[in-house]
Design a protein around this ligand. Structure first.
Ligand code: MSK
Length: 676
């Protein structure tokens, strides 16, 4: 479709350009993956009869009762399997109703997800304190501007004090956020005033994460809260503790200690592993140990050690969110997303794999047995049976990081030539769009501002903004296309329709593999979005970081409201969120805090609530009257895209900016003159 044709139509663009990065998948594996590199390794692993999650998902038949959220296992009288509309089966032994069971299960997902991000955030707060007390060798405060800004926001004295003293107070205040029993989380004040008032009316502003998670686990137990609407208030309060305390503390303090991201270029896909180099793959979520490994890996000492064992050098690449953390801060390459964690070892050239916490699957231990890969765990909270554990804490992380790198280099000589199976596929990717950088890039150093973004939304060059985040899996492939395709095609359709896309988590990695994180991706964008991208010098898809960095999106949305002109509250903005192949409880916690922020949140595949018509009506329809946001669920990415675009248009209509805008074709000179 020509630009002219696009511009002559106010309707949706369904035909999108392709950068020619679609992979040639090994025949027979098209139903599993749309990535050639993954399929090549998988084929070899299958030939060698090495079981991976990709194979196991074919033989595992999900329990339909559990999938619908109607298996109640909160006590020993059951577990009760409830079936809607079937007398004698529609209540549990204790008399519990289906909607209560579904709400409890949903609440437990949120409690688990919040606990994950919160425990992560708490670790970072404790690291901050250790740094300030000089008890964390190797770590230092890298972003003093952000430190001072946060200290000021929290009323911490700056005058005449050292960075370490200020950092100590920031760390202690952050730590207290987790155990506060009363009051409101400190970051809540960042939200728009109208939203805060709404939250107060709803009674969902979090006190402290520990209290909210404990209270939710209490209220979801048998014999407790039997009004699902009342229970959902605590579900919301807990999810809010995830976004506005746990995740935001993690993001803010990691930026202070490790540096605030700015765009850096790296590469994505299995081809980042170099056959002639020692390859260390890191995986998980908490970046503290990896930071020190990356720093050490760049020293001449490590280069010399790698050469001494016959390698050309030392190479690091990541999986999952620890990878995203390193990509957005240092441009370190990403080998793959969640679904690639076993496959990566099938290249036969991973000399070491180091995992920290979250999304580390137990299958790794078994796969590692078939290769020379030295698999190592580092967190006392996440050990794997039969896998070597190198316990790290703040005081010994530097020394352990070096020991790990040295161990991996030593393991290079144990490669089995018969199992070496490298691939070449990789794509360049630009990542590191922190809130601070987006503001700077839009407005410049001296007038950093979201004004140009709001203006572009008002004049229709940008139709809206979408966050596309979350997991990828090998599991939903067989039904409605592969997991990768759902992420990639959704993003392509959104940008083709002039929607600016912000990404985090494994979804960003999948987009990176498809070439969507490059400036060249603007070729696939609609003309309005492309004119902005060209003027600002960015691509249409912005990689903002790891899952905890969804907190950056919370702050960015607040800034859009603060900047003015497109509504006084988040639920007035033409924005939407999506998780095209969610998998973890963390995703549900994230989704809920965005719904409570007033955002339309689309999940694929269905949420575990389909067993109750009443509960579904509540969260998919009625809840919009309560928070202004709502959940939506889809089987197909096409329907998901349509739902998001329709929601964005609904908000534009309400703002009075959805009329026929005067559309003009921009030549280069006009683009240069654009006020961005
Ligand atoms: S790592 S939670 S698979 S995004 Fe954050 Fe990826 Fe989902 Fe884990």
């Amino acid at each position: 479709m020509s630009d002219e044709k696009r511009q002559s139509s106010m309707g949706d663009v369904t035909e999108v350009k392709d950068l020619g990065v679609q992979c040639d998948v090994v025949p027979g594996l098209e139903g599993l993956t749309s990535c050639a590199a993954t399929s090549q390794i998988l084929a070899r692993m299958q030939d060698d009869q090495i079981s991976t999650a990709w194979d196991r998902q074919n033989t595992m038949k999900p329990c339909p009762i559990g999938a619908a959220g109607v298996c109640c296992n909160t006590c020993k009288m059951g577990p009760c399997r409830l079936i809607e509309g079937k007398e004698g089966k529609d209540r549990g032994v204790c008399g519990v109703t289906i909607e209560t069971v579904v709400a409890r299960q949903f609440g437990k997902f949120v409690a688990a997800g919040t606990a994950c991000h919160s425990d992560h955030g708490r670790e970072v707060a404790e690291l901050m304190i250790a740094v300030s007390e000089e008890k964390a060798p190797g770590y230092r405060i890298k972003d003093t501007i952000k430190l001072y800004a946060l200290a000021e926001e929290w009323g911490i004295e700056l005058e005449g004090r050292s960075d370490l003293e200020i950092g100590g107070d920031v760390g202690r205040k952050a730590l207290a956020e987790f155990s506060n029993q009363h009051g409101e989380g400190a970051f809540i004040s960042r939200a728009p005033a109208k939203r805060i008032e709404k939250w107060r009316e709803m009674g969902i502003i979090p006190r402290g994460n520990d209290r909210e998670v404990v209270e939710l686990m209490h209220r979801t137990n048998q014999g407790m809260d039997q009004q699902y609407k009342n229970l959902m208030k605590q579900v919301s309060r807990t999810a809010m503790a995830d976004g506005w305390i746990g995740s935001m503390v993690a993001t803010e303090l990691q930026d202070i200690i490790f540096g605030t991201p700015a765009p850096a270029t790296g590469e994505v896909n299995l081809g980042v592993l170099e056959p002639d180099y020692v390859n260390l793959v890191f995986h998980g979520h908490e970046p503290s140990v990896t930071e020190l490994m990356v720093e050490y890996s760049l020293t001449p000492e490590v280069q010399a050690k790698a050469e001494a064992v016959g390698a050309k050098g030392f190479n690091m690449a990541g999986i999952c969110c620890t990878a995203n953390e390193q990509m957005v801060r240092h441009g370190v390459s990403i080998a793959g997303s969640y679904s690639a964690q076993e496959v990566v070892m099938g290249t036969g050239i991973v000399d070491g794999m180091v995992v920290d916490v979250q999304c580390v699957i137990e299958g790794l231990g078994e796969v590692a047995k078939h290769y020379h890969t030295k698999l190592l765990t580092t967190s006392p909270k996440a050990m794997i049976e039969g896998v070597q554990h190198v316990e790290t804490d703040h005081s010994n992380a530097q020394e352990q990081a070096k020991a790990i790198v040295d161990m991996v280099i030593e393991n290079f000589k144990n490669r089995d030539p018969s199992k070496i199976n490298p691939v070449k596929d990789k794509m360049p990717a630009v990542a590191g769009y922190s809130f601070e950088y987006i503001k700077y890039m839009l407005g410049g150093k001296f007038r950093a501002s979201f004004r140009p973004l709001n203006d572009a939304i008002i004049d229709g060059r940008i139709r809206g903004v979408a966050a596309v985040v979350g997991c990828d899996t090998p599991v939903t492939n067989n039904k409605e296309g592969t997991s990768e395709a759902a992420h990639v095609e959704l993003v392509k359709k959104l940008i083709a329709n002039d929607v600016l896309v912000v990404q985090t988590g494994c979804s960003a990695t999948v987009s990176g593999k498809a070439g969507l994180l490059t400036p060249e991706a603007m070729e696939m964008a609609g003309p309005g979005l492309r004119s902005i991208c060209e003027a600002v010098g960015i691509g249409p898809v912005l990689h903002a970081g790891a899952c905890v960095d969804n907190s950056r999106i919370l702050v960015a949305l607040a800034e859009m409201v603060h900047e003015g002109g497109i509504g006084e509250d988040i639920d007035e903005l033409p924005v939407a969120g999506a998780a095209p192949d969610w998998m973890d409880a963390k995703a549900i916690a994230i989704g809920q805090y965005f719904v409570d922020y007033g955002v339309y949140v689309a999940f694929r595949p269905t949420l575990p609530v389909t067993g109750s018509t009443e509960f579904q009506k509540y969260i998919f329809e009625d809840y919009e009257q309560i928070s202004g946001g709502k959940w939506a669920q889809f089987d197909k990415w096409e329907d998901m895209a349509d739902g998001m675009l329709a929601h964005i248009d609904k908000k534009r209509e309400a703002l009075g900016i959805n009329g026929e805008q005067e559309r003009v074709l921009y030549d280069m000179e006009m683009r240069r003159d654009l006020e961005v």
